[in-house]
Write a protein that binds this ligand. Structure first.
Ligand code: ADP
Length: 498
């Protein structure tokens, strides 16, 4: 069934075109009223002409009916006057008149074929009984049949007091019926002529409307074609100036949306280029150092073993740094992929934090920094353990890295019914206010040389923020230069799928 519908729909695929729809709408709006008008007017004309003809005839027949009584025609059909009147009437209206007497016998037929015959039709009997005429139009054969009673009005009997009785009480006696049939051929001929003319007009209108619909559908669609053209021109390369098709509000909206998209793509493109430049630079720096170190060793002859060792330690450090950058880049790329899979499971956040802090304490101890964990409640959450580890590790590592000798780091874990929060506070160097909004950018470092010295890549916070966002959480920072910083991470206890 569905396949069938699909096939039919495929056949009418052109209907999906707005141009075709505009054409059809304009065409139908133009043509339907003219067809309706044609039928309405012609139909009305026929009814009106028939009813006019009928009432005309009825008037004439009533006059003749009176004459029939006056000339006593029902008893004696020799009256020349009446015969002439009947003849004239039947000629004028191309009809036939039969006069039927009270015995239902035809005493006069203008066709002369039915005289002497008896007529028993419902219309005649009804007319005879009730004394009222009637008419009937036969659409199929095109004639009107009229029955007219022949009424003799006797003078009202005079009451005892000499006053005549009221009009209703006159003694009306139906003496016979005039049965007339009139052809409506002339009406039909007129109708035919009118209908032919209407058809001609209709065909002319059809052609005109067809042309108008064709032109309109083309003209109205032009701005949309311009939008498509402008967009395909842009496809070849970003244009600097925004495109503009202000003909309609609709095209303006489409173009505005497109310009916004183009701007966004431009920003993305710039940031991608910046990123590639940064990555190349960052990767190149350790390699350059390694090369310089190696070259200077090679340039000297008989280099003492200690100097070799010293240089080799430096080279190893640079390689380690390169390794770190590559690792950070890899975890960032993994996180950046929109299809990045979240490996969500139930995580004991307290235990996880303890493990991470245990691993980092030896590093802190080297600079005499105390790392404290304050757990305000037991927290288990639905989270990706690897990413959560990355978040806590990066933040605590930073708190240690950017700290003072003999400083402290404090990690506070708390939760309400919806979220758990991790606060990582330190007594470190703090972050200048104007750097706060940049610290999550890739490769951003407040103090490049200091960060480099202590092994920073500028990617840590970018990775951390991504990992937090993937948990539908948030990360905030407050910091005072020279006093320390506090990073607050807030993550839902239950992972929200989208
Ligand atoms: P890096 O690898 O250089 O540490 P991050 O992305 O982790 O890169 O951090 C970006 C910059 O933010 C760091 O270079 C540092 O200047 C600053 N920063 C991050 N955490 C802290 C902190 N706890 N105290 C002071 N400065 C910090």
């Amino acid at each position: 069934m569905n396949v069938k519908i699909k096939n039919i729909w495929n056949k009418f695929k052109f209907l999906r075109s707005l141009k075709a729809r505009i054409f059809i709408i304009v065409f139908l709006t133009g043509i339907i009223p003219s067809i309706v008008l044609r039928y309405g007017i012609l139909e009305n004309y026929e009814d009106r002409a028939v009813s006019l003809r009928t009432s005309d005839m009825q008037n004439q027949l009533n006059i003749i009916a009176n004459h029939l009584i006056t000339y006593n025609y029902l008893s004696d059909t020799s009256s020349e006057v009446i015969s002439a009147e009947l003849e004239q009437l039947s000629n004028l209206y191309d009809g036939r008149v039969m006069i039927v007497n009270s015995g239902l016998k035809v005493i006069k037929d203008t066709y002369g074929t039915s005289e002497g015959k008896t007529v028993i039709t419902e219309a005649v009997i009804k007319c005879m009984k009730e004394g009222t005429g009637g008419s009937n139009y036969d659409y199929e054969y095109g004639y009107i049949e009229i029955t007219t009673p022949i009424i003799e009005t006797a003078a009202a009997p005079v009451a005892n007091n000499g006053v005549p009785a009221s009009a209703e009480k006159k003694n009306d006696v139906v003496r016979g019926v005039m049965l007339t049939s009139v052809s409506t051929e002339s009406i039909n001929t007129t109708l035919d002529i009118l209908s032919r003319r209407a058809l001609l007009l209709e065909i002319l209108m059809l052609l005109a409307i067809f042309a108008i619909a064709l032109v309109l559908s083309n003209v109205l669609m032009k701005p949309f074609e311009r939008v498509a053209k402008a967009i395909s021109e842009v496809k070849e390369g970003y244009k600097d100036e925004p495109i503009s098709v202000p003909d309609y509000l609709e095209t303006e909206h489409i173009v505005d949306a497109f310009n916004q998209l183009q701007n966004r793509m431009r920003v993305l493109d710039t940031s991608r280029q910046e990123f590639v430049a940064n990555v190349s630079h960052e990767l190149k720096t350790p390699i350059t150092s390694v090369k310089v170190l190696a070259d200077s060793l090679l340039a000297q002859e008989d280099v003492p073993a200690e100097l070799y060792r010293e240089f080799m330690v430096d080279i190893a450090e640079e390689i380690e740094r390169e390794d770190k950058i590559i690792n950070d880049l890899l975890s960032m790329v993994k996180m950046d992929r929109t299809v990045a899979t979240m490996n969500v499971g139930v995580v004991d956040v307290n235990a996880l934090t303890e493990i991470i802090l245990k691993r980092l304490r030896p590093i802190a101890r080297k600079r005499d920094i105390e790392v404290v964990f304050e757990s305000r409640r037991a927290v288990t959450a639905e989270a990706d353990e690897v990413k959560l580890t990355l978040i806590i590790t990066n933040l605590v590592e930073n708190a240690i890295k950017y700290n003072k000798e003999q400083g402290w780091v404090k990690v506070v874990l708390d939760a309400d019914h919806q979220f758990f929060t991790l606060e990582i506070m330190d007594s470190g160097i703090g972050i200048p206010a104007d750097s706060l909004e940049h610290i999550y950018e890739r490769f951003y470092r407040v103090d490049k040389s200091h960060s480099r010295e202590i092994g920073g890549t500028g990617l840590g916070l970018a990775i951390t923020r991504n990992a937090v966002l993937m948990h539908r959480g948030s990360i905030k920072v407050s910091s005072t230069e020279g006093e320390g910083s506090t990073f607050t991470v807030k993550i839902p206890l239950n992972y929200v799928m989208t």
